[in-house]
Design a protein around this ligand. Structure first.
Ligand SMILES: O=C(O)CCC(=O)C(=O)O
Ligand SMILES: [Fe+2]
Length: 205
């Protein structure tokens, strides 16, 4: 147990205060480039698949709700994936020391939203499963401008929201149980890694 490394301190402060934060400088740009190349390559090989919604018996394809393509990071990790996940686990440990969130496992998938794709307003915690504690989205898009659209719309209250552009190397964190959000349609392909830090199973019915 030590103090929170200084690079993670502002994130921990913001999550404690607001429940969400945006950080543009946590990752080496060369790593983001490598992840972006890998995501593009996997997608070109049709190894990303239309995303589903819900879980268990309720899991279904729902292109009206979300129209991205995804691929989980699991089994054999490439070099950039290993470097990326190591960094995310450092972040997890720093947040746990500071905020006592009980973050344990990390699940992560690549996502590509083709031009015009979207994901309707939703919350990341499933109705029957409270394992997801903290959502994290890392964006892989070089030179993204407002004209490219595709913002993450994060609802802070019923009537107030922030639109966050999916800029290269940007990481957005928010408490999974607390924030509605949606993905607005981009005008060109939009790449990301969506992540959820999960707490240990606590035997919820
Ligand atoms: O890509 C984003 O900005 C958010 C994606 C999202 O909300 C999700 O996959 O649950
Ligand atoms: Fe989400």
């Amino acid at each position: 147990m030590g103090t929170t490394p200084s690079k993670f301190q502002p994130l921990a402060d913001a999550i404690e205060r607001d429940g969400w934060c945006v950080c543009d400088h946590l990752f080496d740009p060369a790593l983001i480039d490598a992840l972006a190349d890998e995501c593009r390559e996997l997608d070109a090989q049709s190894r990303l698949k239309p995303a589903a919604v819900g879980r268990g018996d309720r899991r279904r394809l729902a292109t009206a709700v979300r129209s991205d393509r995804t691929r989980w990071l699991d089994d054999t990790f490439s070099e950039p994936q290993s470097a990326y996940l190591a960094r995310m686990l450092e972040l997890r440990d720093a947040l746990n020391r500071r905020l006592l969130l009980g973050l344990h496992e990390l699940e992560a998938h690549y996502a590509v939203y083709p031009a015009g794709a979207r994901y309707d307003r939703h919350r990341d915690r499933f109705r029957d499963d409270d394992a997801r504690v903290l959502s994290a989205v890392l964006y892989l898009n070089r030179e993204w401008t407002p004209a490219d659209a595709g913002a993450l719309r994060l609802y802070l209250t019923e009537n107030e929201h922030r639109d966050i552009l999916p800029a290269f190397g940007r990481l957005v964190l928010f408490l999974s149980a607390e924030f509605d959000h949606e993905v607005l349609a981009p005008t060109r392909p939009r790449m990301s890694i969506a992540n959820w830090f999960r707490q240990r199973d606590v035997g919820v019915a």
